[in-house]
Design a protein around this ligand. Structure first.
Ligand SMILES: [Zn+2]
Length: 490
C-alpha cells in the first residue's frame, strides 16, 4: 500500500497535465493532516482548558421501555493531544453527583459519580478512552488517527472525507469536511449485549479559534442508534501550561483485565413441574415450566449467551419437549435481555401491548459484531399479546399469567405467574424481605403485589422471586404470610 500511493498521485498529476479533470478514481483527498494541524497540533506542547455544560439522557430501570432519565451536568476539562482530565458534577432533581477523570498515555484513573474511591478501570476502557473523550474534545481521536497514518476510506464523499479505524473493540469513523478541514462528526460502533450493534454519533458545531487551535463549542451526541440525544456546550477555552493532578494512583494500582463472570448454572426441581434454574453468574433464577408435551421458559437475563445457556439446560431437563412459550415478567434486562435465542428456536413470546414494540426492536436488532443464533439464522418473531390474563393448561396442570401492570409500582407491563395446584406465585423483583431482623414495613412494590394478589383473589402460599437470589440479603422463597405481615408493620 505504501508504494501504491505515490504512484497514484503521479498518475493523477500526469492526468492533470493532460487536461483530464476528473480524478474520482484516484481516491478521496486526504484531509486528516490539515484537520490535525488545526485541531490537535496546537495541543502537542500545551493544554487547553474549558468549562462546559451538558445534558445527559440515560436508560435506567425505569417504568417503561425507552423511558429516559434526564441529567444535567457541568464541569471543566483540561486536554492536550494525548491527555485528558475532567472534574464535573451531574444533577438529577435535587441530587448532585461529583466525579473526576485523569487520562494519560499510561493510565486511566476514574472516580465515579457519588464515589469517594477510585473505580476499577479495565484495560479495554483505557484503550478506548479517546472515544469517550470525544464527547467533550475530539483531539485525542484525531491524534490517534493521525499517528497511525490512517488513509481516507472509499466511503468518502466530495463533501466529507471518511477515516475508519478500530480502536480496541470499537469501530470509529471520522468525517472531515473537505471545505474547511474541520471534523464534522465521529461515529463509534460497538457491541452492546442487549441492543447488539450500537452506534454513537458525535456532531461538532460552532467552531471557535484559540490561537492556532480550532475547537467546537457545541457537541451533539446521539447514542443507542439515535434513541438518546445529549448536548455538550463548551465555554471559552484558555491555554494552560499543564493539567492539574486531580487523581493519583494508589500504590500497586493497575488496570484490570477484562473478565466476564464464568457462566454457572444449577437446576433445582422445585415442584414436580416447576424447575428453577439458578444462574449464579447473574444472580438470577429462571423458571422452566414443564407441561405434558412442551415447556414454557420464564425470564432470561441480560444477553443471548444466557438465553442459549437456558435453552441448553431446558433441553436436559426435558429432552424432546419443545419450548413453546417464552415470557418475561417485565422489560428490564435481567428478565428480557436473553429473549433472542428463544425467537430463533421458534418459541412464542408472550408479552403486553406496552412491550410489543420493544420486543420487536430487540428481535430485529442487528448483532453483526458478535453474532448470536438469531443473527446467524434469522427467524420471524412470533408474539402473543396478553391483555389481562392468559391460562396455559394441559391435563390437570394449569399456569395463569396475570397482567398487574403499574399496580406493581415498578413498571407498567408487569406480569405475575400463578400455579393453582401448587399455590405458588412466581414474580421477578417486587418483594424485599430481609433474611434477618425484624419484619419491616412493606415497600411500595411489595404493597403493590399484595394488593394485586388480593384483587385477583389468588390463594397463594409461597412466592418465588427471580432476582436477586443471593445478593442483598433478602428472601427469595417467601411464605405469603410474611408478605401479609409486612403490610401491618407501621
Ligand atoms: Zn425490575
Amino acid at each position: 500500500m505504501k508504494l501504491k500511493r505515490p504512484a497514484l498521485l503521479l498518475t493523477a498529476g500526469l492526468l492533470l497535465r493532460l487536461g483530464i479533470t476528473t480524478l474520482a478514481w484516484a481516491g478521496p483527498p486526504d484531509n486528516l493532516r490539515a484537520c490535525w494541524n488545526q485541531q490537535a497540533k496546537p495541543m502537542q506542547t500545551q493544554y487547553v482548558s474549558f468549562p462546559y455544560r451538558e445534558t445527559l439522557a440515560k436508560l435506567e430501570h425505569s417504568f417503561q421501555p425507552w423511558q429516559q432519565t434526564a441529567y444535567t451536568g457541568a464541569g471543566r476539562v483540561w486536554t492536550n493531544a494525548t491527555g485528558f482530565a475532567k472534574s464535573d458534577t451531574l444533577r438529577k432533581g435535587a441530587a448532585t453527583y461529583f466525579s473526576q477523570t485523569q487520562f494519560t498515555g499510561a493510565t486511566l484513573l476514574f472516580q465515579d459519580y457519588g464515589d469517594k474511591e477510585l473505580s476499577s478501570v479495565t484495560t479495554a476502557a483505557f484503550q478506548e478512552y479517546a472515544v469517550q473523550a470525544a464527547r467533550y474534545a475530539p483531539g485525542l481521536l484525531i491524534q490517534h488517527f493521525y499517528g497511525r497514518h490512517i488513509a481516507p476510506d472509499p466511503e468518502s464523499t466530495p463533501a466529507l472525507t471518511v477515516y475508519k479505524a478500530t480502536v480496541n473493540r470499537v469501530l470509529v469513523r471520522l468525517f472531515i469536511r473537505t471545505a474547511d478541514n474541520q471534523l464534522s462528526k465521529v461515529t463509534s460502533l460497538h457491541h452492546d449485549e442487549l441492543f447488539g450493534d450500537v452506534t454513537t454519533t458525535y456532531s461538532y458545531r460552532d467552531y471557535a479559534r484559540l490561537g492556532k487551535l480550532v475547537y467546537p463549542r457545541t457537541i451533539v451526541i446521539e447514542s443507542i442508534n439515535g434513541k438518546l440525544t445529549d448536548t455538550v456546550t463548551i465555554g471559552a477555552a484558555a491555554v494552560a501550561a499543564t493539567a492539574p493532578v486531580l487523581l493519583t494512583a494508589p500504590a500497586g494500582y493497575a488496570l484490570a483485565p477484562e473478565t466476564a463472570a464464568k457462566p454457572e448454572t444449577t437446576v433445582e426441581q422445585f415442584r414436580p413441574r416447576l424447575h428453577l434454574l439458578n444462574l449464579k453468574h447473574t444472580d438470577d433464577r429462571v423458571l422452566v415450566v414443564e407441561f405434558d408435551t412442551f415447556l414454557l421458559v420464564a425470564e432470561a437475563p441480560l444477553n443471548s449467551e444466557n438465553g442459549e445457556l437456558i435453552i441448553g439446560a431446558a433441553r436436559r431437563i426435558a429432552p424432546g419437549k419443545p419450548i413453546r412459550y417464552f415470557v418475561a415478567g417485565h422489560y428490564h434486562p435481567h428478565y428480557l435481555g436473553g429473549v433472542r435465542p428463544f425467537v430463533h428456536k421458534g418459541a412464542t413470546v408472550l408479552t403486553t401491548a406496552a412491550d410489543l414494540p420493544y420486543v420487536q426492536y430487540l428481535a430485529a436488532a442487528p448483532h453483526t459484531l458478535q453474532p448470536d443464533s438469531l443473527q446467524r439464522q434469522p427467524r420471524p418473531l412470533r408474539t402473543e399479546e396478553i391483555v389481562n390474563r392468559k391460562t396455559i393448561a394441559e391435563g390437570a396442570f394449569r399456569m395463569e399469567i396475570y397482567v398487574i401492570g403499574s399496580q406493581s409500582q415498578h413498571t407498567n407491563d408487569y406480569l405475575i405467574y400463578y400455579f393453582p395446584t401448587e399455590k405458588i406465585l412466581f414474580q421477578d423483583d417486587l418483594v424485599w424481605i430481609a433474611k434477618q431482623g425484624e419484619p419491616r414495613k412493606a415497600s411500595a412494590r411489595q404493597a403493590g403485589l399484595y394488593h394485586a394478589v388480593l384483587a385477583l383473589g389468588l390463594d397463594v402460599q409461597t412466592i418465588v422471586q427471580s432476582w436477586p437470589v443471593r445478593d442483598y440479603g433478602v428472601k427469595t422463597i417467601i411464605p405469603f404470610s410474611e408478605l401479609q405481615e409486612s403490610m401491618s408493620v407501621k
